[in-house]
Design a protein around this ligand. Structure first.
Ligand SMILES: [Zn+2]
Ligand SMILES: [Zn+2]
Length: 242
């Protein structure tokens, strides 16, 4: 989608695995989840003749940050990552071997902390940051009211949700984060970009993803006794699992 000089693109950088996003306006560019190699991102930026001004990561797993430190260093721009995930930056190097992507060096450019709140990432592009831990401690989702777009990272996928068995993962916390996204009551037509797989909309998630519901009945004691680790509640305001 594009209006005048404003553009929003979902990119599948090689080796195809993760959904990255590039937002450009007036010659400036912002990357979300800089997966792949920094050299491939150089090509993307020069092809579009844009200047990188910031990098944001939904979380600290290497498949969402692999190119971020190098790009941040090379272009001297900030890289934003919730501090809850800073200890994952080097941990993820083992996964990069699998994809034959260079490791993040021990002297990598350090990220800046990012917390919930709203700010303009580009002059006319407001971004709301929503803290959505559970897949990792520092998981974030990003909502762009001007585009009607939500980035969920690995908190939620079109038909499922992210793993909670990796370091810092927690099934109950992840469930609460999914509730938080549901409870935002975003318009049905909101376009949703997930960390992996096919994009969706809020309408598709409501119809097709049984986990995209409000789990408040569990935490409120609304009759549900199922608040057990590893159990994913299918309740929809009214709990059907006890
Ligand atoms: Zn992840
Ligand atoms: Zn991922």
């Amino acid at each position: 989608m594009a209006s005048k000089d404003l553009s929003f693109e979902v990119l599948h950088m090689p080796p195809e695995n993760t959904n990255s996003v590039l937002v450009c306006q007036g010659g400036d560019a912002v990357i979300f989840d800089a997966w792949g190699r920094a050299s491939d991102w150089d090509k993307v930026l020069s092809e579009r003749n844009v200047k990188l001004i910031a990098i944001y990561s939904t979380h600290g797993h290497s498949d969402h940050i692999s190119a971020a430190p190098d790009l941040a260093k090379k272009y001297n721009v900030p890289w934003y990552l919730n501090s809850g995930d800073w200890n994952l930056i080097m941990w993820g190097n083992a996964l990069l071997d699998f994809f034959e992507i260079p490791h993040i060096n021990a002297d990598y450019k350090k990220p800046e902390d990012l917390r919930s709140g709203s700010s303009n990432i580009l002059p006319n592009v407001q971004m709301d940051v929503i803290e959505t831990p559970g897949h990792s401690v520092g998981g974030l989702s990003f909502y762009f009211p001007a585009f009607g777009v939500l980035l969920t990272g690995d908190t939620l996928f079109r038909d499922s949700f992210g793993r909670y068995d990796l370091p810092g993962g927690d099934a109950n916390v992840l469930r609460e984060s999914i509730s938080k996204l549901y409870d935002m009551k975003l318009p049905d037509e909101t376009y949703v970009v997930h960390g992996h797989g096919v994009d969706s909309t809020i309408e598709i998630l409501k119809k097709q993803n049984p986990y995209f519901v409000s789990h408040k009945c569990c935490s409120n004691g609304g009759g549900c006794k199922c608040n057990t680790s590893g159990h994913v509640c299918h309740c929809h305001n009214k709990c059907d699992c006890d």
